[in-house]
Design a protein. Structure first.
Length: 506
């Protein structure tokens, strides 16, 4: 005759914010040999206001290369939850891009911070200073040019372009379908020649600028001219015989006299003595003119973007022909995340122009990769992102690039959490691959069991009791039952309020 023992039901509760349930009973609980145990139900709420960035934990320290001066960057003071988890990654990304010091090794660099398989991925990529890259992104299929000639470089490995004839419209042009880097974007050219064209000064000079509209989508020219809505920001360098020699245009505005001129002798620009540099960073477009005779750059215009992540597409419009006008050393540093630029890494850089009084910062983004580090003021931020160490280790220093992938998950980004319930003082027949051995997992609760995503509450009721063997070949007496709720990567969650777990022993 078999003895039948009635099942025992245990409701366990806790207010521990890390998911620990540790309950003591006032009397012994007798567990018969070879008993089984199952999870009947569980309910708990994830803390929806889980992390606050403050002035005491919200600083990043970035070191561009071994021995370089650390740069301290402040994150926004903000509280983050699952509802706005991605905003923290975006703030880290934007602050790194917007606050980088403008040096030779940072021009053309760009950061991105994202999720990948639950992990945090922090990357820095570069746009190389490479003539073939510039050419390829100014001609089909990555750009377009009309009625211009790509000339031999005045210096080794540089890109020079001439207009084919003298025109007064916009029919001679080059434009790129790739937007500038969202870190430090650069578009520059040296004016090797701009001699006055006495036949018709209006058929001379050039326009250099950035468009908020991809040139693929520009309106068709009217009377040979593009719409000013498409030519969003530019400077117009005219024949220097005109009283108004250089104008500028902001978005939606009319051309304005900058009051500036090139370095000229009479009405002719001095050969190779002028360079225009456009830099974009932190929501500012800065047009500077560098002259051979001046010790400081001359600002032609500074425009403010409505969106610091605005895509900006480079363009040039040529009115003059080679006999009177020649632009040399044209460079455009484009977005390395939107474009695969790896084939251009490590190649010979174009020579930089010499002889200017004040020179634009040379472009050398491949320098200084060894020793590049990123750290956070408070280890809690690092752990929240899923990283173990602080500073965060660069896994890839190939030609100036930075890559770090967190071994753990970015907890706030788990929009549909997956939980594990583990018994801590009752051995059962269950194993876990992440742990690598017996782990006493009594149940897993998947995303479909999270009934209320609005407040991150989990209400789980087992559709059928799944009994697992308790490892007790002899009777056992308990006064304590302890279990732990865990995230899928076996890290502890952040819970808020009452946790309730019901177990059945049979």
């Amino acid at each position: 005759m078999n003895n039948y023992t009635m099942p025992k039901l245990f409701r366990l509760t806790s207010n521990d914010p890390t998911g620990l349930v540790d309950v003591n009973f006032k009397e012994d609980i007798n567990i018969n040999p070879d008993s089984k145990i199952a999870l009947k139900n569980a309910s708990f709420s994830a803390d929806d206001s889980v992390f606050a960035v403050t002035p005491t934990n919200g600083q990043m320290t970035y070191v561009q290369a071994a021995g370089a001066t650390p740069q301290v960057i402040d994150l926004d003071v903000q509280t983050y939850s699952r509802a706005n988890a991605n905003a923290l990654l975006q703030d880290i990304r934007d602050k790194l891009n917007n606050k980088m010091n403008q040096t030779s090794s940072t021009l053309g660099t760009q950061w991105n911070v994202s999720q990948s398989g639950g992990s945090t991925l922090i990357e820095q990529r570069i746009c190389p200073n490479d003539r073939d890259l510039f050419i390829n992104y100014l001609q089909p299929p990555r750009g377009d040019f009309d009625n211009v000639t790509i000339a031999g470089g005045g210096f080794p490995n540089e890109l020079d372009i001439n207009g084919d004839t003298y025109v007064t419209d916009h029919s001679q042009n080059v434009k790129s379908y790739a937007s500038l880097s969202k870190g430090i974007g650069v578009f520059r050219t040296r004016i090797q020649k701009l001699d006055t064209y006495g036949t018709d000064p209006n058929a001379n000079g050039f326009i250099m600028g950035l468009s908020e509209v991809n040139p693929r989508d520009w309106a068709a020219p009217v009377g040979g001219d593009f719409s000013l809505n498409d030519l969003t920001y530019y400077v117009d360098v005219r024949d220097q015989s005109f009283p108004v020699k250089i104008t500028s245009k902001d978005k939606g505005g009319a051309e304005q006299n900058t009051g500036q001129s090139l370095q000229i002798t009479g009405s002719n620009a001095d050969a190779g003595a002028n360079q225009i540099d456009i830099r974009v960073q932190d929501g500012q477009i800065v047009f500077d003119l560098f002259k051979q005779a001046d010790a400081q750059a001359t600002n032609l215009a500074t425009f403010t973007l409505g969106d610091k992540r605005q895509k900006l597409f480079p363009f040039l419009i040529f009115r003059g022909a080679a006999a009177s006008m020649n632009l040399q050393a044209i460079k455009l540093l484009i977005d390395p995340f939107e474009n695969d630029l790896t084939t251009y890494l490590g190649r010979t850089r174009p020579a930089e122009q010499q002889g200017l009084g004040a020179v634009p910062v040379p472009i050398s983004p491949t320098a200084g990769a060894t020793g590049r580090t990123l750290s956070f003021q408070d280890g809690d931020v690092t752990r929240l992102l899923g990283f173990d160490g602080n500073p965060i280790v660069n896994e890839n220093i190939y030609r100036g690039q930075y890559l770090a992938r967190s071994p753990g998950v970015y907890e706030l980004a788990i929009q549909n959490p997956f939980y594990i319930i583990r018994l801590l003082n009752i051995d059962i027949d269950s194993w876990d691959a992440e742990y690598g051995s017996r782990y006493n997992v009594i149940a897993t609760i998947g995303p479909t069991n999270s009934a209320d995503s609005a407040d991150e509450s989990v209400y789980y009721e087992a559709p059928e009791l799944l009994y697992l063997d308790i490892k007790n070949s002899s009777p056992r007496s308990l006064r304590n039952i302890k279990l732990q709720i865990l995230n899928a990567d076996l890290s502890k969650p952040r819970l808020d309020g009452l946790t309730s777990v019901t177990l059945v022993v049979n």
